[in-house]
Write a protein that binds this ligand. Structure first.
Ligand code: ZN
Ligand code: ZN
Ligand code: FE
Length: 677
């Protein structure tokens, strides 16, 4: 099949990203003598919104959401003076001619404005101080904000947003304020202060509970960010840390339009801080964390989007739609792959709509007509369904790509490496495998563009797949049962299951009723977390694994490790039974969870090196790539890299797109292109 790329001549190859307020602009808004003193939309050629306000290309003011604001003589003079810092600064604005903020309070009726300008900003500070929740329009959408030190306010925000345990991000005015609530090393400081201004996952300061525990309950980590627009700088002045979480209900996409905010966030907040600079593209905050001396992208969105990745070869235009969670789309054309901003978790119509808009936006801006569309192999994913309709409507092929192969391909693509002579290790939650089982603990020998499943975690039953994902105790009991180990009542998951559950559950496992088979490393982490007594049920993805990681990281000294059993088969089967047996024995003996966690991490790192060493002996290559959601675990990442280096391997890890499903679309696009072309 020969496909032709239909992108038109003159196509742009990248869009500028939104940039945090620069020091010069910050000095101006803090200078009482300056025309832009306390003006919330101050910007220049070095800073300000870009991606979120572009409506068309080339990037020029009439093709931005600033087209409705005619520049005053002073702004126009700056804009046209090559010597000025605001020469051709497209969002250039000032208090005379630019956008404005106002405060709207529901109690005022008809959502009318009750204050405007600086008075509105100060009124929001007062509302936050008094425990109120305010929706604040920012650069890429609305935040829901409250005082992070106010237990009641944070609890109220959680219950209104229907967000149970997942950590909430906090904004503080500067690094000094960040250091008061979290441990921040040099690399984390650089990330916090960088022009992309992501949320940085940092370790909470143990001693003082400045920030309410409700912000990230039972979690050692805290998402912290610094102000990235003049409005944020003004809001954070002389304020305690402020919770700034995406303005959405549960898993819906972030709200970015004023009317939608009133409709959809009205029941969540006490007031709105609105402004009239339209947001063309909704864009969530980005999230990063540090591991092994490098930054690990967790979510690439505002500040990074859209991101262009140079590909090794030109090829047909392909649109890839990612997976089910953390969706982001990728548009490959010529020798470029453009990654969209974060869209969200599929599973509701709003996110599907957002996927639709994001794909249309990229195709329109880059003037690309895809010759094929790529999606996950999972038959039940909403994104796959969307891609199928897209393919039918346009009469183009749909290429379905195996989940974990796509993860590996995305890793290679971001490093500009060929799909050749390497070992791809993909440890993940769940993904549809070629054999109909649920994969997630995979080793691929990649050679000349082809993937061979060279090793995998031995399969275990996942009783009622969705229920098992929410309740690690179910996975723990399933692996005990599968390993022929007793359900000892001293084990936490056994105690977590009610008497009736246990009997019903045993019958289900005996009969393998509604039991999927899985090789998922993510689920194995869940099982171990449950056995160690750390977490029996979870409210957000990877919650149990994060707890296990934090415990292991806090354990001191060399505690040894459990040992997986490698069965010589084709593919090599990685037996988890001895590990589960040892974990259960330790737990029954009353070994502290931190020790079990540390031993398990050591076992996984050791096993990766052992398997890779065997595969190297089979001439699979000297390079190992680590990908999949499990590798957001900084400790596991660090231990594995160290051991692989010691064994003489070259190691590739994600630096540009996330190891989780947020990076999936890039790999899908690259693979679909190879097969379709
Ligand atoms: Zn500036
Ligand atoms: Zn002006
Ligand atoms: Fe995945």
């Amino acid at each position: 099949m020969i496909l032709e790329s239909l992108s038109l001549p003159g196509t742009a190859t990248s869009l500028p990203a939104d940039v945090a307020t620069c020091d010069d602009c910050l000095a101006e808004i803090r200078d009482p003598g300056n025309h832009r003193y306390r003006y919330p939309f101050t910007n220049c050629t070095n800073c300000g919104p870009r991606f979120t306000m572009i409506t068309g290309l080339p990037y020029d003011r009439p093709q931005t959401t600033m087209r409705g604001f005619a520049m005053c003589p002073q702004c126009a003079a700056e804009y046209s003076d090559p010597a000025d810092r605001r020469f051709h600064a497209q969002p250039n604005a000032c208090p005379t001619c630019g956008p404005a903020v106002w405060l709207a309070v529901r109690a005022a009726g008809k959502n009318g404005a009750v204050a405007s300008g600086d008075a509105a900003v100060r009124a929001v500070q007062d509302l936050l101080r008094s425990g109120k929740i305010v929706a604040i329009k920012g650069v890429g959408g609305f935040h829901l904000a409250c005082d992070a030190t106010n237990v009641r306010a944070v609890g109220l925000l959680r219950s209104r947003k229907q967000r149970v345990g997942k950590p909430l991000a906090v904004m503080v005015r500067d690094v000094t304020a960040a250091r008061a609530i979290a441990e921040i090393d040099e690399q984390e400081r650089r990330l916090l202060e960088g022009r992309e201004r992501p949320i940085v996952l940092v370790r909470k300061r143990a001693a003082e509970a400045v920030v309410s525990a409700e912000v990230s309950p039972g979690n050692d980590f805290l998402g912290v960010m610094l102000p990235y627009s003049p409005l944020h700088h003004l809001l954070c002045e002389e304020m305690p840390p402020i919770v700034m979480t995406s303005g959405n209900l549960s898993e819906e996409p972030i709200v970015h339009e004023n009317d939608a905010a009133i409709q959809r966030l009205g029941s969540l907040v006490d007031a709105f801080l609105m402004h009239d600079r339209p947001i063309e593209v909704a864009c969530d905050d980005s999230v990063v964390r540090c591991a092994a001396g490098a930054s690990m992208p967790i979510r690439r969105s505002r500040g990074y989007a859209s991101m262009s990745i140079g590909l090794r070869e030109a090829g047909p235009a392909v649109l890839a739609v990612g997976g089910e969670l953390k969706a982001a789309v990728c548009l490959a054309h010529h020798d470029q792959a453009i990654m969209s901003q974060h869209i969200g978790d599929m599973g509701n119509l709003e996110t599907l709509d957002a996927l639709d808009r994001t794909a249309a936006h990229l195709m329109q801006l880059f003037r690309v007509e895809p010759a094929a569309v790529a999606a996950d192999m999972h038959p039940g994913y909403l994104s796959t369904g969307w891609a199928r309709r897209f393919a039918t409507d346009r009469g183009i092929p749909l290429v379905q790509v195996q989940h974990h192969e796509a993860h590996v391909a995305s890793l290679l693509a971001e490093h500009g490496r060929p799909l050749d002579e390497m070992i791809g290790v993909c440890f993940d939650g769940t993904g549809y495998g070629h054999d109909g089982t649920i994969w997630g603990g995979e080793f691929f020998a990649v050679s000349r563009g082809l993937f061979r499943r060279a090793a995998h975690i031995a399969v275990f039953p996942l009783p009622g797949a969705d229920a098992s994902i929410r309740h690690p105790w179910r996975v723990a009991l399933a692996v005990l049962h599968a390993a022929g180990l007793a359900w000892n009542s001293r084990l936490a998951p056994v105690r977590a299951a009610a008497e009736l559950d246990l009997r019903v559950f045993k019958r289900q496992l005996d009969a393998t009723l509604n039991c999927a088979q899985t090789s998922s490393m993510g689920r194995l982490f869940d099982a171990v977390a449950a056995l160690a007594g750390v977490k029996q049920s979870i409210t957000y993805e990877a919650e149990a694994a994060m707890h296990l990681e934090a415990l292991a990281a806090g354990a001191a000294g060399d505690l040894g490790g459990y040992a997986f059993a490698l069965e010589d088969a084709e593919p090599i089967r990685v037996g988890w039974q001895p590990v589960v047996q040892a974990v259960a024995a330790d737990a029954i003996e009353g070994m502290p969870p931190a020790v079990i966690a540390a031993r398990f991490h050591a076992a996984v790192a050791r096993m990766i090196v052992d398997v890779c060493t065997r595969l190297r002996a089979q001439r699979a290559g000297e390079t190992v790539g680590l990908t999949g959601g499990v590798f957001q675990n900084a400790l596991l990442m660090q231990m594995t890299i160290e051991e692989l280096h010691r064994a003489g391997f070259e190691v590739l890890v994600h630096q540009r797109v996330p190891a989780n499903d947020g990076g999936l679309a890039l790999g899908q696009a690259v693979l679909a292109r190879g097969w379709a072309g």
